[in-house]
Design a protein around this ligand. Sequence first.
Ligand code: LLP
Length: 419
Amino acid sequence: MHDFQYKNGELCCEDVPVRTIAQRVGTPFYVYSATTLASHFRAFDRAFGGVPHLICFAVKSNPSSALLHLLGKEGSGADIVSGGELFRALRAGIDPKKIVYAGVGKRRDEIEYALKMDILMFNVESGEELQAIDRAAGDMRTRARVALRINPNIDAKTHPYISTGLKQNKFGIAIEQALEYYQMAKGLPHVDVVGIHQHIGSQITEVQPFVDALVKTTAFVKELRAAKINIQYINIGGGLGITYKDETPPLPQELAASVRPILADCGCTIVMEPGRAIVGNAGILVTSVLYHKEAEQKKFLIVDAGMNDLIRPSLYEAYHDIRPVVQQPAAETAVADVVGPICESGDFLAKDREMPMVKQGELLAVMGAGAYGYSMSSNYNSRPRVPEILVRGGEYFVIHERETYNDLVKGEKLPRWLD
Ligand code: LLP
């Protein structure tokens, strides 16, 4: 469900024709729908209504300040994985008591920053990290609330690069060893054990992996209670998938209906960390057709957005629907690769895709680009990052300006001997 629909043959974001924005800001650009974002957040909130819960938006999926502000106002907390994400979340007014901090490689300065801000909890991923947090808290004469991220060894049945809950992944502590680590945490002088965390992967399109993981986790929570380790928060992670092509992922209420019974008698606050399910279908990338090219065995549609703007197709062979911004019912179609201007063969937005043969200068919309789109973009090939626009109703606002060539060299210096 999203608010990108054709009206009179023109793709609109809510009530704003995408073409109007293109005329104003040029291409490429990202555009997000405020209404879609808010409604996705509320869908999670409603789904877990009536039980103590906290939704911590996964900042990594889209760290835009305006989006974080919007979600913060809706009541969202934040799932962060770096000092930079903590900075962004706080700056957007998100209450530190709603911030949870995951990631296998937290640095000492990042731990200190999070302790100073008194975030809700660290999701700890190893024994050494636990000790580092305890030392930092001791040096700062404070205490750290922690959950241990356990790895339940569940196959999330998603792309191997975005699967995190299997034994061979670097994430979390194997469930078989977790009791040992909880006991270690309990013995540490500056740490309060408050929760348990799991996140088994991303773009998960069935409820079963969530159910299987939570059955293991809740059984383990009982073991912990028997060992007098009092768990107050169960963090079920993020990972709920969206429709890119023909997937039929469960809706938040379907996920909730399946997991709520498992969590019913645990007496815990349920924490969750959705990213993609909130923002994925709330954003698109808009690009212009530059050239057509016909090689011996292939047709190419060369557009002005590349893998530096949206790396998902190159990195995961991810499918993103690509639609003309102005519908062209009579246009011929052909099978083509939609490629960008980057000097890499891996620079494509679509491969062997049946596409309407839109003319030079026409606009294309790359759908479902709100999550892990701008956030994974880069300046590769010295291409300035593209602007981001937020629409609400009939209004649009540039929430992030297009970078300039000067932005590209910001912070660069010459040594004296080159002057
Ligand atoms: N919590 C933790 C601890 C995570 O590592 C992640 C995502 C999330 C929550 C949010 O997951 P989501 O609800 O968005 O699936 N770049 C990849 C996705 C990487 C996901 C990394 N972790 C992609 O473009 O598909």
